[in-house]
Design a protein around this ligand. Structure first.
Ligand code: GDP
Ligand code: CA
Length: 317
């Protein structure tokens, strides 16, 4: 079965691990968010693509959910000794190598999609990992700091400020002019199933959908489109997704996120069992809906979520 998944970082990667285990023979294409990308120390860093690549390739720091396992931070501390920051972004020595290879290939003229393929030659994630676009897109967040409205990079908002101040606007800078990367629209057109994993609906999946043509391709595919709620019991399971939902006026509930995606996009939506009372509401919005456990506590739990998504797809097909 040809499955396409629109993924952010941790939520997307953990779900994908479950999906691979649930349907080992599936042909899986992942369209990854690149709105979180940032240039640091002259290097191009793609946090969400790397989280997917390391998680599926066995190189992830399991406790953290991002970055490399068995990491050391000699380069970062040497940079700090030169007074060169930022210090708030955790780049380890092993991870640095990935960004050096990526930056070198980009400088040589390869598009990000080709670079990602080359990096995946090493990691063998067992899926085809495509960036949403080869063009530069960077999510920026409008916040009030020291009584002034400022626009900062998403990573500064998320990692340095830990989303501790209200986000007033979220702008995927460059998205409007971006083109889907080679293979993205083709994969969506050929898909037999499209999945929205429990990734951040605004700054992960929302950014992917903001690339002109992608939302339309998901909405018009003949395949069922099934989403899994990243909101459980009125809160994001990990992270600060509620802050970016508030910025666009969406309540942090499983039903509100489904409505935000819309029934033009989604055919089915899975909510956690603690949100079972949302099921009639989602169904009233003309989507199939079921309540199943949605906590990715281990591989088996994530695989069970993937199986539930496949079952719901069977219902709407
Ligand atoms: P990021 O790019 O690393 O922030 O990762 P994603 O955008 O892919 O996923 C982040 C989202 O995953 C968070 O907003 C959480 O709501 C959601 N999430 C994380 N762990 C779980 C889980 O175990 N179950 C569910 N349902 N959602 C989760
Ligand atoms: Ca991310």
């Amino acid at each position: 079965m040809r499955i396409v998944v629109l993924a952010g970082g941790i939520g997307g990667a953990r779900f994908l691990r479950g999906l691979k285990s649930a349907v080992p023979d599936a042909d899986i294409t992942v369209i990854g968010n690149t709105g979180d990308d940032i240039h640091l120390f002259g290097l191009k860093v793609c946090p969400d693509l790397d989280t997917v690549m390391y998680t599926l390739g066995g190189g992830i720091n399991e406790e953290q959910g991002w970055g490399r396992a068995e990491e050391s931070f000699a380069v970062k501390s040497e940079l700090a000794a030169y007074g060169v920051g930022p210090e708030w972004f955790g780049l380890g020595d092993r991870d640095f190598a990935t960004h050096i290879v990526r930056t070198q290939m980009l400088a040589a003229g390869y598009p990000l999609s080709a670079v990602t393929e080359a990096l995946c030659d090493r990691w063998k994630p067992g899926v085809r990992l495509l960036p949403m676009t080869d063009d530069r897109v960077e999510t920026h967040i409008a916040v009030d700091l020291d009584g002034q409205r400022r626009v900062i990079h998403f990573q500064e908002y998320w990692v340095r400020l830990r989303a501790s101040v209200a986000a007033h606007a979220i702008v995927p800078v460059g998205a409007e002019e971006a083109k889907p990367a080679p293979g993205v629209l083709e994969a969506l057109a050929d898909a037999e199933l499209v999945l929205l994993p429990p990734s951040n609906p605004i700054v992960s999946v929302g950014t992917i959908l903001a690339v002109p043509g992608i939302r339309e391709a998901v909405a018009s595919t003949s395949a069922p489109v099934i989403g899994l709620s990243p909101i459980v019991g009125g809160a994001p399971v990990r992270g600060m997704a509620d802050k970016v939902l508030a910025a666009v006026g969406v309540e942090a509930t499983a039903a509100a996120v489904a409505a935000h995606y819309g029934s033009d996009l989604l055919d089915g939506w899975l909510v956690d069992t603690v949100d079972a009372d949302a099921v009639p509401k989602v169904r009233a919005g003309s989507m199939a809906c079921r309540a199943v456990p949605l906590m990715m506590t281990d591989l088996e739990a994530s695989a069970a979520m993937a199986r539930a998504a496949l079952e719901l797809a069977g219902e709407v097909r």
